[in-house]
Design a binder for this molecule. Sequence first.
Ligand code: ADP
Ligand code: ASP
Ligand code: MG
Length: 459
Amino acid sequence: MKFGGTSVGNGERIVNVARLVLKEKPPVIVVVSALGGVTDKLIGIANRVVELPTHVVEKEVGLFYRELLLQHRNAVLEAVGDKRVVSEVLPKITELADQLKVALLGVGYLEDLSPKSLDYIMSFGERLSVVIVAGALSSMGAKAVSLTGFEAGIITDSNFGHARPKHVLMRDEVKKRLLPYVKKGVVPVVTGFVGGDEKGRITTLGRGGSDYTASLIGRYINAKEVQIWTDVDGILTTDPKIVPNAKLISELSYVEAMDLAYFGAKVIHSKMIEPAMVVNIPVRVLNTFKPDCSGTLIVSKQKKIQEVIKAIAITKDVVILNLQGIGMAETPNIAGRVFSVLGGNNINVLMISGSSESNLSFVVKAKDSERAIGLLTEEFGNGDIRGIGTIPEVCVISVVGAGMHGTKGIAAKLFDTVSQAGVNIIMIAQGSSEVNIAFAVSAKDSKSALEALHKRFIG
Ligand code: ADP
Ligand code: ASP
Ligand code: MG
């Protein structure tokens, strides 16, 4: 059972989470995120202190420390009823906050924030929350233990900020470290998002990575089911923050869910489906605040599909890069080089369009675009291409549904709908699985396009 940041947002909500855990048929392993907003705050302070003049570092860090400690102490006092447990949990919270303070002072005085230091700093969000959740469970009479991802066997490479699991090691370690607790009837409460490399240094799995932690653990302990408890009813037909009448999808296939997450449905992390899929573990997305709602079940084969299009996802803040002046014969090689130079530097290519004779277009996150242009200029600067063009302020809209496979005329209807809404399509890509069609539009048009598509295909 994995609970997201909103689900553990304060003491009262943590009590609710503990009740849900105790209602579930044991054995249960719990994975939690940081209290809502805490990861953003940790990133914020780390980036601030590194820029501050030395004489104000201590004051700024002190202020942050007091606020964060207060927030977590309040959560403890609300979530943990048993005085004896409170007296065990509070010193742990203070000790963690103290360690964080030392790290922030170090970053501030040295004026150096490496990805490694940032991972260490970010990890405190989850390391604090697991202690409170385990405390709430103990206070309700359960046996519970809080663990870091590393202690639970989440062993990764040393790619700080986007660490990748070391599957060969995890295969045995997760079982070895978690099953002894489970056998004794103890509920392990594990930090989402946080792992450790082979040297035991803290790593993180990428923003939103707690879902990934849960499915990795599920895979390696051979769980019956992985549950993602969040703040919406399940996976909806689109982001309800954009289209308020988005509807709940009761069942999705792994591939559909993976495509949706990849193209921006942040309700599940884009990497989380794969570990569940390879061992065929069902994933259920559920609402912490409406536990009786049936949620979304993700399984290998969806039942007969009525709707051709099941959901629409949107990725914001992306940029189209365009390599110009490529000879046709060179294109396959150039595409390979683009992927390897960007991939090797942790820049994800979100979509790539079949090239024309002289152009190759692809989409990257806006935050990566400058770095991407630098790397590509270095790679192709010797005259292989004529130049690199950019189209900024773009969104990618992706329409997903296994029913599209072999259904004629879908693309035509889609593009007709978008053009009727007065929106120009800049770039198109369809995966050969025919489970999704993705296209890029200008950011200012994205809401109209999304609303028009949702109205026509979903209602
Ligand atoms: P958690 O903190 O529980 O991990 P997230 O904020 O990461 O929660 O993800 C839940 C949010 O995902 C929802 O509040 C919703 O705004 C957003 N979201 C985007 N696309 C979808 C979708 N298709 N279905 C449901 N939620 C979506
Ligand atoms: N706390 C982390 C984040 O905000 C991980 C997560 O919530 O899944 O990105
Ligand atoms: Mg999330």
